[in-house]
Write a protein that binds this ligand. Structure first.
Ligand SMILES: *Cc1c(COP(=O)(O)O)cnc(C)c1O
Length: 354
């Protein structure tokens, strides 16, 4: 791919307070941009990070034709920089685009765009363990047109944000609550693709949960309001008896790359695994019987996020005494060791870019 490079006149790197920045607050010096026009992707550019000139009439602002991704570049022990499973993120991006009637791009264009930002802003990849460069590729309908149909023009961009340890004071299990009033996704909808509409639909519920002292909503299925789907914007795992259980991907759950990585490790370790529906009452029953060992979420930002407590219809379930469980810890340790190049990359997950 031919990329036109316009360098930022001065780097903001030295002034950036990376250690204390919250997730997604600080952005690196450059961004990637490419346009879809006349049936093809063109004008690949690397530019200084900055505001976009755009018309208020572009269709993304009105009808939400947008898809995004989130992946990370890690500083290896050797000093090299590597992306975690970029191919897998590309595949999901392409699937999401199809669902939103957005023309996707080739694997080479997507990974080339991400790589160009990491290479240009290599100095923004933190050195510290637990820190990384979060990459946010996204595409939006950029045709100026208010009629309701798929846009004929799109803009694809990649921006990068150095992020610190998700848990500043060590991994802390979160409290979750179900929502009686809202759902996240229904079958045939957008639940299994990464598009802002899913987030927009979840924000009020998350705010109400927060007002009641919970970190997030534990989403139940839209049809019966009974089966676990996701923990906030993370996939969910339970350890019941001796088995690792996670809901199956049946159209309403986002197929997480971290979820896939947890399952791959579990398989390699010879754990008992089940991808099956988990009713919230089964979880509470298991809690009562003492067979519920762990509940945790998985996602790129936190990797593994243990759940210490779940509230449903006024009843509260405490999980593992509110502590992180041994399996959650083991997955966290194994995945991060691969990401930072400390453990053998047995699955060939890391793609070196610098
Ligand atoms: C991105 C996302 C996840 C996690 O996916 P990863 O690929 O593991 O980062 C889970 N649920 C939702 C709703 C998401 O948007």
């Amino acid at each position: 791919m031919n990329i036109t490079v316009t360098k930022s006149p001065a780097s903001r790197r030295a002034q950036a307070n990376l250690e204390n920045a919250a997730f997604g607050e600080v952005f690196s010096d450059h961004m990637f941009q490419m346009e879809f026009r006349n049936g093809g992707w063109r004008e690949a550019k690397l530019l200084p990070f900055g505001p976009l000139p755009m018309l208020p009439s572009i269709s993304a602002l009105h009808y939400g034709q947008i898809v995004f991704e989130g992946l990370k570049a890690f500083r290896q022990q050797s000093g090299a920089v590597a992306l975690f499973r970029p191919e897998k993120f590309y595949e999901r991006f392409a699937r999401s685009c199809r669902r939103l009637a957005i023309p996707s791009m080739s694997r080479e264009q997507f990974i080339g765009a991400v790589t160009s930002v990491v290479r240009e802003d290599e100095g923004w990849v933190p050195q510290k363990r637990g820190h990384s460069l979060y990459l946010r590729p996204f595409v939006f309908a950029s045709e100026s047109f208010l009629g309701v149909r798929a846009s004929r023009e799109y803009t694809f961009m990649v921006i990068a944000s150095p992020v610190g340890n998700y848990y500043k004071e060590g991994v802390k299990p979160v409290r979750l609550t179900t929502s009686a009033d809202y759902i996240r996704a229904a079958k045939g909808g957008l639940g299994d693709v990464k598009t802002p509409a899913n987030y927009a639909a979840s924000l009020l519920a998350a705010e109400e949960a927060r007002d009641e002292g919970f970190a997030q909503v534990i989403w139940l299925d839209a049809a019966e309001h009974r089966y676990l789907e996701e923990a906030g914007a993370m996939n969910i795992f339970c350890v019941i008896g001796g088995e690792l259980v996670t809901p199956p991907l049946e159209g309403t759950i986002l197929p997480g790359v971290t979820r896939d990585s947890v399952l791959a490790l579990a398989k390699a370790w010879g754990l008992k695994i089940a991808e099956r529906r988990i009713a919230i009452d089964e979880l509470f029953d298991a809690g009562e019987k003492g067979t519920l060992r762990e509940v945790f979420g998985s996602g790129t930002a936190a990797v593994i996020s243990p759940v210490g407590e779940i509230r449903h219809r006024g009843e509260t379930l405490s999980v593992n005494g509110g502590n992180i469980g041994p399996l959650a810890q083991r997955f966290y340790d194994a995945i991060t060791a691969i990401q930072y190049g400390e453990a053998e990359d047995a699955f060939a997950w890391m793609e070196k870019v610098v």
